[in-house]
Design a binder for this molecule. Sequence first.
Ligand code: GTP
Ligand code: MN
Ligand code: MN
Length: 611
Amino acid sequence: MTADTQAPAEQATTHQGILDFVDWVSALTTPDRIHWCTGSDEEWTELTDALVASGTFTRLDPAKKPNSFHARTDPTDVARVEDRTYICSVEEKDAGPTNNWMDPEEMKTLMRGLYAGCMKGRTMYVIPFVMGHLDAEKPMFGVEITDSAYVTASMRVMARMGSHVLRRMEELDADFVPALHSVGMPLAEGQADVAWPCNETKYIVQFPEERMIWSYGSGYGGNSLLGKKCYALRIASVLARDEGWLAEHMLILKLTSPAGVTKYVAAAFPSACGKTNLAMLAPTIPGWKVESIGDDIAWMRIGEDGRLWAVNPEYGFFGVAPGTNEHTNPNAMKTINLGNSVFTNVALTDDGDIWWEGLENMPAHATSWKGEDWTPQISEETGELSSHANSRYCTPIKQCPILAPEYDDPRGVPIDAILFGGRRKTTIPLVTEARDWVHGTFMGATLSSETTAAAVGQVGVVRRDPMAMLPFIGYHAGDYFNHWIEVGKDNDASKLPKIFYVNWFRRDEDGGFLWPGFGENSRVLKWVVERIEGQAAAVETPIGRVPTPESLDTDGLDLTPAQVEAALRVDPDEWRAELPQIQEWFEKFGDQLPAVLWTELDGLRARLGEA
Ligand code: GTP
Ligand code: MN
Ligand code: MN
């Protein structure tokens, strides 16, 4: 591996664009050292040893979680910061009504001021990476420069990175997305570092025309692992619009029926609404098999056969920890138990393991994510949680015991069904089938969900989150809807995936979930497959097709017919109450909302008997 170096960057690569980027950043941010990342095991060991020494990491007991680490962030740096996230397009109108915007030159001036000298006393890491397969027809390269060892270690889990990527970039003289990250905490001569450096001032900025990312002040994954949300969703959504493909906040799974029929399903749910759980589902119905391909992001394009092909551009899982256990997600547990993982803002047990709310074997004592004593009794008395609600595990996808072999295929998989879903206590039935692509786009465009801890802000408020992409669309959301409509128009509709809308989170009068969820969601997947195959029955309702109670497999499920009926119910009054909200949402987009979506809303209104 390359040692830390103060030697000129020329020695590290022959790629002039990367050299220029590194030179420019190092002149601006004045790091003490530059480290060119190789991605080797030795480098991982060096990085993690240094993180243990600096107090950022605690090594877990290798007998329990080999080669794994616990990290605790600053208590103010725990989630994506949507109000500090900007799409700095040249024209304000191109950012649309759902994004923060600032003039790119103004933003650059402001941020150059913040970046000036910001890496003083620190190491600057240069991470060559590729989102998606290195052997893709057009590999999607990036170079992240960061002053965080935590980010560097996490990037090795989450993205294909290192020397082999750099060599390929040199061979191709490849374009790349420059991605600059700093925690924003320079160290004066002799100043001691803190365990989690960050800055009160935070900016997460995408420059869509330049395909460039600048991030400052936060070490939290969604703000700092720039290949993920910033590149693979915000920047990629712009590329996708320009080039005719789709970059979506979707899991990808492979489903095989007892008869051996295989279908591929993609599903978009907002943050902390069940993608990672569904992606690794352990079916409760006999003979059905789920294999994982991705848990967060899907890049999809129409193939030569006219079908929609999807790849997962990532290399790891960055999953919500609380609630994950042997029952809800046994495959995630197997993945993390193999080790090689980073756990952030969960509790640390006295015997060197991790714990979080919902995990089995509650410890009698642990150190909470805030670094305080935690016991079940303290928790009962004060309500203090051991783990932050948005605490995460970061773990290699290759360790997933049900990883589909297609994961490694640069062509990806042909998608048969797309599910949209959100977290709604009322109104939205367990599953609804769209009549066609445009209707499905309407479902996606009006997707609503109660907010979660995945982003800073109030939790539990219903908001529209179109295609689960509200915080990730890198341009005008009206144009984004139009792009979806165009994908349907330009292609043979019979070959496109069928679209469904699901809600695992509907509640009864007592506030309990109407549907048991998790592994039982395989029953919904079964209905979806049987609809595609033309086998299962459905009833036409004003909002789309929902299962007849008999068509949904509830064998062995501890639910009364009334409960099943309640989970599937389409209540016209609840839906009539939804209409003005959808109207108001659509009005935000003015002329840029595709007319066919207004037509869909008019149709829904008419079917609900509202003229
Ligand atoms: P991001 O990684 O932030 O994009 O979110 P995600 O969509 O991957 O969310 P994840 O699968 O991690 O789900 C997080 C929360 O949803 C946890 O609290 C889970 O317990 C809960 N959850 C997931 N699936 C179900 C389900 O079928 N039913 C219920 N009731 N809760 C679920
Ligand atoms: Mn996500
Ligand atoms: Mn997830």
